[in-house]
Design a protein around this ligand. Sequence first.
Ligand SMILES: [Zn+2]
Ligand SMILES: [Zn+2]
Length: 512
Amino acid sequence: MAARLGVIVQKVYVENDISASAIAGSERQEFDEFMHDWQRGAFKVPLAYTTGRLTRDNIVAERVIAAARQTGISPYYVASPWCDLNTAAGRRMYRSLAVNDTGEAEDIQERVQRKKLEDAREGKAAGGPRTYGYGLVIGYDPVKKKDIRDPYQVIDEEVAVLQEGKRRTLAGDSQFTIVRDWNARGITTSKAGQKVKHKGNVTICDGRWDVGRLKRTLLNECYIIFDPTSHPTDCPCLQNPETGGTRIHHTERHRAKWPGLFTRAEHDSMATVFNGRNVYWSNVGQVKARTYLLSGIVECGGTWRNTEKKGSYCGGQMYGQGKVYDTKKGRVYQRRYACKKWDRDGSRLGCSTVFRIADAVEAYVTEQVLFRFDSPEVLRALTPADNEERMAQLVQDLAELQVRREQLAAEYARKEHDKDDYRVMMKAIKNDIEAAESEKKQLLSTKAKSLAVPTSGLREVWDTASIEWRASVVTLVVERVIIHPGRPVRKMWPNKNGWWFDPDLVEIVWLH
Ligand SMILES: [Zn+2]
Ligand SMILES: [Zn+2]
């Protein structure tokens, strides 16, 4: 094509077929780069395979038209007719092609979604990573260098592990006991040996179980033997064997082509057991409401007594962990901050030598925080400078800089500046914009802080405020709270109705 037109190819812009579609909502980065380069004159003649490659929706079509009118050159296509976008007739034809392209992209999308729904209603596997317990190896693919697995056939050893997990959970074994045992026995998850990407680093998954994974696995709905009660009788999924598991598709449930492993009753019992235990560690589950004021900022000041770390400072995070005591007055539940001994996968986490009554720690830290808010340093840090005027100026500066940036680009396109001058001027404008943006952000955050905390009367609102709000106020001034080991002196704090607690063993690291 390039040869036929007698032009030299400057750069090739590549886009993936379906996912690049504007309808799919993905960003067309290469396309934006292409448009940018075209408008700034990096090349003269745009080429594409079909109009569909350039325009999958009408908005994009209008952008192409605008660029063509600006540069005076319309794009050429290998498999679509050329339209002269500098004439009204050419634009009309181009727009009608674009409308067709849009329809086609929508068709593809619809077909894909329809196919997925059909597969679900037939109880077929969804693809993607295999589910633990299924995916018997039935061959080897020498091209992909991978085992060929059948998602509808069980792997007997893994099913035995799942059944053991169910049996032990319902018999009262904790998740922790089970995962430690499985890891010790070398039983691995379905991810073992796979490459895992995390923040750009690729590692091989060791397949160790942890508490979260055990629960997620055992409670996976796909293992439940499907109950067809009140399911549409004409649904194709009911032709699968009655022992079939459950295929999930958004809110729909269908009988799967793979065999189920647990009854609905077994599943529900396990869910009850697991969810009942979450109460023990207050940090389990992201959505659970905060019940410990200082979660996340309490540090263990203890010293390791064993393991190879013996004698070194712990510094581990302390978690909320309640405990039930038997006393003369009966059973008493006490909230505590504790240095946690075991991580979720059964490996050692902290020294586990320091525990402290949470009510006492929170009362002491709160008292200190309220006192701190009365100090002039904190007031200076948290009250707004008289910044309204500066803010107004910044907003105006920013608007002017944006306009200047666009003007400069237009001037450059008209060849009023050479490339080096343009680069230098653009860099200067960008620097000014960045500086203004960062000052604006700073002013905004100061303002937000001052709005969140009343400058007077904090004590009055404290007791009625939510725990979330109180926690956010604490973290405005406190970086960390370190709990040092040691027994309280034989004295109650703050008075004889208080706790066995020594405030000297609590160290607050202030931010302001
Ligand atoms: Zn169905
Ligand atoms: Zn510790």
